[in-house]
Design a protein around this ligand. Structure first.
Ligand SMILES: [Zn+2]
Ligand SMILES: [Zn+2]
Length: 493
């Protein structure tokens, strides 16, 4: 037993030495000089072969890695605040996740966790296709297209089921695969008076080609503390690989004064920078605002990564754009549905028809409004809904049956009668804007009702189900937009 454990341990150390920093030598030395305990004594299993020692933990700056504040109690759905995550919805306690009784690195009573005593999935033979990041700029928009696999090729040995000690703690069955996602973000984002909540799913993207999720798992708990990720910082939700915090190796460039370089973009277009502020000093939440950013020359407003919850952003300072999910032939494995076809097909057909009506409404805007924000919002909705329609058609045709996308139901919550749309067509200027926002809010609220109804279906409420993830995305996106439209409407009074 002891010998076998040691073998596994040495293997993972060698892997680390090839890619990581000298500090891992310390980790390996420490591990080798310690006897394996646990397995034979009947206590907690010895997980030390899976520990890592981040460089960030090796100095006196920044948070103490052995007692990081556990984020579970610091999610808010009402008021953004420093050190909290402003989430659009509270977690779903029934969602899958890691097994609390098997977590040895969280001190539940103290509300802290020890990063140095937490296991990470090591590297191994798993080798998906290469990561891709394409960035282009035009018309004030920066487009970042990724396939959601790491450009630097650093990824753990998925699936985790090959590591029984780890999968006993976190049963995540996912295997990362390429999914093409495009973020179209403003090059010059604007700070808004009121921040916006973050939802499950992509909140941004790293220049390493992997999307960022916010700090929580589907249960609303601190994902970085609870879930097992690989030693390169990511893990899959089904096939969607993502980071909940910034892997420190991505914080590799710094500016002249020691301030960390750019590591990615958040969905509102503001940049995400690494762990260090001016002078190269590691930041803590106390240095940042409620959205986990700050404003200083020459960067203007930007977010920073910290080792403290909420790790990347606490809320959106600007207006978040929707990422486009695209499933393309070259992206490899299509995103699988995990819900019965009898449940999924009517939902998808209904949601397509619903989105088509939203496109009909947004098409009226450019000729009738004189309001720049109404025009921009309609344009964003048009792009996002058209992409979602494409994905839903793909699922129906490829995952359910050819021809399954035929037939458009009409009786759905929030669907508007032809008469009401006809009336809207006759309006213009401020009168049109007000009516458009009212109708679109009603329409969106209907979509949220449909999404919530689907999430009640067996299997669908899991973020590890592709359709569940997608529906939560629709729900959160439309809730954000309703909130935004309601603010615009109030501003018009
Ligand atoms: Zn996750
Ligand atoms: Zn800064």
């Amino acid at each position: 037993m002891g010998v076998q454990m040691q073998g596994v341990h040495m293997g993972s150390c060698l892997k680390k030495l090839s890619g990581c920093l000298v500090l891992f030598l310390l980790a390996c030395d420490a591990g080798v000089s310690q006897p394996d305990v646990g397995g034979e004594t009947g206590g907690d299993p010895d997980l030390s072969a899976y520990f890592i020692v981040p460089t960030l933990c090796g100095d006196s700056e920044g948070p103490d890695c052995t007692s990081l504040r556990l984020g579970d109690a610091h999610l808010t759905t009402s008021n953004p605040a420093q050190g909290k995550l402003f989430a659009c919805t509270a977690g779903n306690t029934n969602a899958p996740g890691s097994e609390p009784a098997r977590i040895t690195w969280i001190d539940w009573a103290a509300g802290t966790w020890n990063l140095l005593a937490k296991p990470f999935l090591p590297s191994g033979s798993f080798s998906p296709q290469p990561g891709v990041t394409n960035v282009s700029e035009s018309g004030g928009i920066r487009s970042i297209e990724v396939n959601n696999l790491p450009v630097d090729g650093r990824i753990g040995d998925w699936p985790m089921s090959q590591y029984p000690l780890l999968s006993a703690i976190d049963r995540n069955p996912g295997i990362p695969a390429a999914t093409s996602i495009t973020f179209n973000l403003p090059i010059n984002p604007v700070v808004r008076d009121t921040p916006t909540c973050t939802s499950l799913g992509a909140i941004g993207v790293t220049l390493n080609g992997v999307v960022l999720y916010n700090a929580v798992d589907a249960r609303g708990n601190d994902a970085v503390a609870h879930e097992i990720v690989d030693e390169f910082g990511g893990h899959p939700a089904m096939s969607d690989y993502h980071y909940h915090f910034l892997p420190e190796r991505l914080d590799s460039e710094s500016m002249a004064d020691g301030h960390s370089g750019l590591v990615g973009y958040i969905r509102d277009g503001f940049g995400l920078y690494g762990y260090n502020g001016a002078g190269g000093v590691e930041l803590t939440n106390a240095d940042l605002d409620e959205c986990h950013g700050h404003d200083h020359a020459p960067l203007g407003y930007h977010y920073h990564a910290t080792l403290e919850y909420p790790y990347t952003v606490g809320c959106y300072r600007g207006e978040p754009a929707s990422p486009f999910l695209a499933t393309s032939a070259e992206a490899g494995a299509p995103t699988k549905l995990d819900v019965d076809a009898e449940v999924a097909a009517p939902f998808l057909r209904g949601m397509i028809a619903h989105h088509v009506q939203a496109l009909e409404l947004t098409a009226l805007v450019s000729e009738r409004t004189r309001n720049g924000s109404v025009r921009r919002m309609a344009e964003r909705m048009r792009i996002a809904q058209a992409e979602e329609i494409r994905l839903m058609r793909f699922w129906l045709e490829n995952e359910i049956s050819p021809g399954a996308a035929e037939g458009m139901p009409t009786e759905m919550p929030g669907m508007l009668s032809a008469d009401r749309i006809q009336h809207l067509r006759r309006l213009s200027g401020a009168e049109f804007d007000r009516r458009f926002l009212e109708l679109m809010m009603e329409h969106h609220r209907g979509a949220i009702v449909m999404a919530q109804a689907l999430l009640e279906s067996p299997g669908a409420s899991s973020t590890r189900s592709s359709i569940g993830w997608f529906v939560m995305h629709i729900e959160a996106e439309q809730a954000e937009e309703v909130e935004r439209m309601s603010r615009m409407l109030h501003g018009m009074d």
